[in-house]
Design a protein around this ligand. Structure first.
Ligand code: PAF
Length: 279
């Protein structure tokens, strides 16, 4: 396994692989790898000739009062995980390599970037879309793997790839959960034991909503989920919303399929989760 720090070297290798007909799978990450990432890596290793894992804590997707400085950085551990899981290249550029002085170009996916998490994290998806577009160009990936846990991110990246004619196919991958149901996230490391117990309630509430969707309408479901999340210790809700499963647009009250997405703080940690609802 090779570790690459320079964008120009990543591009040179990607071009060489492309010319040899070798298909690259990209797993974009911010490091602090967990079982969720390992499952994305596994999918790429299975389907692609070459697997590239990018590790980059992207400053442009963090707001001024967010956890950029505190975000877990576990490079040595991540490298071991990548080696163990048959990754071919780790691309780990510095901030100045990705965003050198005088950097000016950003990608925005209008409307979709401003709803749900975008309402609470201004500029977040602009930072995500920009860095992912750069990674697609640098790696010339045939496929890129994204977890459904970050559902809005997944739909935004799909739209960006379509609108900007990227060749890269976006592969959505299932949410990987702890035994207690908590969706895996690098940010779970911020949680205390009691907070983990509280946070485990989120997925149980979402499961309940899935069952309720058979006979209840959107307003009733949202009310119940809201009350459930509010009753979790130390919780503060950012949003509970039901949206169109394919494009995140508003749905009508009697929709037959939707995504139920939530963002909730447990103590000082902001967690997101979602579930697909089908009648
Ligand atoms: O999901 C993440 O870890 C990040 O948002 C991503 C896609 C690697 C972009 O920085």
């Amino acid at each position: 396994m090779k570790i690459i720090k320079k964008a120009s070297e990543m591009q040179r290798i990607a071009l060489k692989l492309f010319k040899c007909g070798e298909e690259v799978g990209l797993v974009p990450t911010m490091g602090a790898l967990h079982e969720g990432h390992v499952s994305l890596i596994g999918k790429s290793v299975k389907h692609d000739d070459i697997t590239v894992v990018s590790i980059f804590v992207n400053p442009t997707q963090f707001g001024p009062n967010e956890d950029y400085l505190k975000y877990p950085r576990l490079f040595e551990q991540d490298i071991k995980i990548c080696k163990k899981n048959h990754v071919n290249y780790v691309f780990a550029p510095s901030v100045s390599e990705m965003f050198p002085d005088g950097y000016k170009t950003f990608v925005e996916v209008k409307d979709m970037q401003d709803i749900l998490c975008g309402e609470y994290r201004k500029g977040h998806f602009k930072g995500v879309a920009t860095v992912v577009a750069k990674l697609f160009n640098m790696t010339m990936a045939e496929r890129a793997y994204f977890g459904i846990k970050d559902f809005q991110q997944l739909r935004i990246i799909e739209k960006m790839a379509k609108d900007l004619n990227f060749r890269t196919k976006i592969v959505p991958c299932p949410v990987i959960r702890e035994k207690n149901g908590l969706a895996m996230s690098s940010r779970n490391s911020y949680l205390s034991e009691n907070e983990i117990k509280a946070a485990a309630g989120i997925s149980k509430i979402l499961k309940g909503a899935k069952a309720d969707f058979k006979e209840k309408d959107a307003v009733q479901i949202i009310k119940k989920v809201y009350a459930g999340l509010e009753s979790l210790p130390e919780s503060k809700i950012d949003y509970v919303e039901m949206r169109d499963y394919n494009n995140l647009s508003k749905i009508n009250i009697n929709a037959k399929k939707a995504v139920l997405a939530v963002a909730v703080w447990i103590g000082k940690t902001r967690l997101i989760d979602n579930i697909m609802l089908v009648k």
